[in-house]
Design a protein around this ligand. Structure first.
Ligand SMILES: Nc1c(NC[C@H](O)[C@H](O)[C@H](O)CO)[nH]c(=O)[nH]c1=O
Ligand SMILES: CC(=O)[C@@H](O)COP(=O)(O)O
Length: 160
């Protein structure tokens, strides 16, 4: 089902585990800051609504989506969160650079999920236009940051 056919912000709060005992990290890319800050606000608001204590929400910034993998790895090693959300916005330009950044970022975050015991949530928008990114970071299709926050809570308690 495409994003256009569902709202990224819709969730049943009663079905979400309590987050009051969790420590959640968020690593935010500074590229397309208007978009990534919107994603961060969606994630932050949802995590707090689900019980996360403000002092248990950790935030680091990195220059771009390509650096999300290193930032998440370093946060896992140094701060030991229960889960990490990687937030980025990649918007297609004139060259193939978009493809390389998206692929490397997705593969890097996938590798962290394989090689560490900490869930890393892929909250990276990969859009052809700025409008598509706006629509998915608090616009007409909701906020992928909300979706990522729910995934982070569910994965943090998986199997416990
Ligand atoms: N064009 C976008 C980038 N490019 C920068 C890379 O992510 C990286 O920071 C640089 O190549 C240095 O290693 N990053 C985004 O997050 N979004 C873009 O649209
Ligand atoms: C995703 C990118 O790196 C891209 O925005 C860079 O733009 P361009 O391909 O025009 O250099």
């Amino acid at each position: 089902m495409a994003t256009a056919n569902r709202n990224l912000s819709h969730y049943d709060k009663d079905s979400i585990p309590d987050a009051s005992h969790l420590k959640i990290g968020i690593v935010v890319s500074e590229w397309n800051e208007e978009i990534t800050e919107g994603l961060y606000q969606g994630a932050h608001t949802t995590l707090v609504e689900c019980g996360l204590k403000e002092d248990q929400l950790l935030r680091w910034n990195v220059p771009g989506s390509f650096e999300l993998t290193f930032g998440c790895k370093k946060m896992i090693e140094e701060l030991k969160p229960d889960a990490v959300i990687a937030i980025g916005s990649v918007i297609r330009g004139e060259t193939q650079h978009f493809d390389f950044v998206c692929s490397a970022t997705a593969q890097g975050i996938k590798d962290l999920n394989v090689n560490t015991a900490t869930p890393v949530i892929f909250c990276v928008l990969t859009d052809d236009t700025l409008q598509q990114a706006k629509d998915r970071s608090g616009g007409t299709h909701g906020n992928k940051g909300t979706e990522a926050a729910i995934a982070a809570i569910k994965m943090a308690v998986l199997g416990k």
